[in-house]
Design a protein around this ligand. Structure first.
Ligand code: PGA
Ligand code: ZN
Length: 418
């Protein structure tokens, strides 16, 4: 199928935090499609480069007109020849950029083109995007109903409370056969029970960047306790129907080789922090996933944590986000070294869809659990709902069941699995 680019129009739009991001309209073989890119706050230092203008007077330096300039420069070349597939198109983009981390054009210039081209190819093939992605990259994977990982209490860089751990999630699996609708409903019900409980206890129910509440709780035990109570009140069984998950985003509280989990306590060594996680697991056996529990280059501690859980809690996911940045090389190191057993997939960490698929297939081949993820700064583009479905990855992290930037992904899943 030759894909001929016939039109391109790009602009700055606002993301969910009110900062600009790139949106592209692409005309391919007669079809117009649209795509836009998300943006992180707790970004890993090994991610592909996100290009910002740095002009302090415009959007406090966060403008993306440089990306629009690059798109303009690329236009005549893009129009010249048809591409045989979206993969070939991605390869061409990667070669044009020519850098290790997409630093010539920026991942936020390349990714919307790559997303749009995949969407266009699906449209030309008259298939839904998830089906196209499945046939193109993940043919042998079973298509399963994903489990949402809903971030119901926000901390860290996504909120102004004193909690360092960035995300406290509920994962409503219910049962293997449960429908998408029932899973999402369970998450939303727990969310509303949690709101009521927080109100009762006199806490704020204002929300953070990912739609979760951002109360000034004392610590992570209190957060997990109140979420547990909300789950029970909603009528769900913890540990069988609903699991708990954490994203520590621990880079953000790593200073001078130590972890500052609580302002009032002395900084912790990695071993002390690992012990803390093990204690939490004892207290809250429904915990199923620890993401970025340790700092992005603290490979040895990651291994100690993973090894320690192997015997006692083989089902627990140790998820590399900033550690792996959706990059095949870092993933290979973790597979070879046994530093974790699961990967977070963020399309803008690597910058193209075909490279994302390559990393995912590498993870599947090594039996790594695979979680497809949004960013804390999102747009209304639901691409990742199709990616998690088409790949059979099994887990989708898209924040709370609240705020359109988050629900746009869950709602797309409701449409896909209707
Ligand atoms: P970010 O947060 O998008 O701000 O990086 C999400 C995450 O850490 O998983
Ligand atoms: Zn993370």
């Amino acid at each position: 199928m030759a894909l001929k680019i016939e039109g391109l129009s790009a602009r700055e739009i606002l993301d969910s935090r009110g900062y600009p991001t790139v949106e592209v309209d692409l005309q391919v073989s007669g079809q117009w499609v649209r795509a836009s890119v998300p943006s992180g706050a707790s970004t890993g230092s090994h991610e592909a480069l996100e290009l910002r203008d740095g002009e302090e007077k415009r959007y406090l330096g966060k403008g993306v007109r440089a990306c629009l300039g690059h798109l303009k420069t690329l236009t005549s070349k893009l129009f010249a020849e048809p591409f045989e597939s979206p993969e070939a198109f991605d390869r061409w983009l990667i070669a044009e950029d020519g850098t290790e981390n997409k630093s010539k054009f920026g991942a936020n210039t390349l990714l919307p083109l790559s997303m749009a081209m995949h969407r266009a190819a699906a449209s030309v093939a008259q298939k839904p995007l998830f089906e196209y992605l499945h046939e193109t990259y993940f043919k042998d994977r079973p298509l399963i109903t994903p489990i949402p990982m809903m971030n119901v209490i926000n901390g860290g860089k996504h909120a102004d409370n004193g909690i360092q751990i960035q995300e406290f999630m509920v994962c409503p699996r219910l049962s293997d056969e449960a429908s998408m609708g029932d899973r999402i409903r369970a998450g939303a019900e727990i969310y509303h029970h949690l709101k009521r409980l927080l109100k009762q206890e006199g806490y704020s129910t204002n929300v953070g960047d990912e739609g979760g509440f951002a109360p000034n709780l004392a610590d992570e035990q209190e957060a997990l306790s109140i979420i547990s109570e909300a789950t029970t009140q909603a009528g769900y069984q913890l540990g069988t129907e609903v699991y708990l998950a954490l994203d520590s985003a621990s880079n953000e509280f790593f200073e001078d080789e130590k972890y500052l989990l609580h302002q009032e306590f002395p900084p912790m060594t990695s071993d002390a922090l690992i012990e803390k996680y093990n204690d939490l697991l004892e207290q809250f056996p429904a915990l199923i996933s620890f993401e970025d529990a340790l700092q992005e280059d603290d490979w040895d501690s990651w291994k100690r944590f993973t090894d320690g859980l192997k015997e006692s809690h083989p089902h627990v996911m140790v998820v590399g986000d900033d550690l792996l940045v959706t990059h095949p090389k870092r993933l290979k190191r973790a597979i070879d070294g046994g530093n974790c057993n699961a990967i977070l997939i963020k399309i803008n960490q690597i910058g193209t869809i075909s490279e994302t698929a390559e990393t995912m297939n590498q993870a599947f081949a090594s039996n790594f659990q695979t979680v497809v993820s949004h960013r804390s700064g999102e747009t209304e583009d639901p691409f990742i709902a199709h990616l998690v479905t088409g790949s059979g990855a099994g887990w989708l992290k898209s924040g709370a069941p609240c705020r359109t930037d988050r629900t746009s992904k869950y709602n797309e899943l409701l449409r896909i699995f209707n």
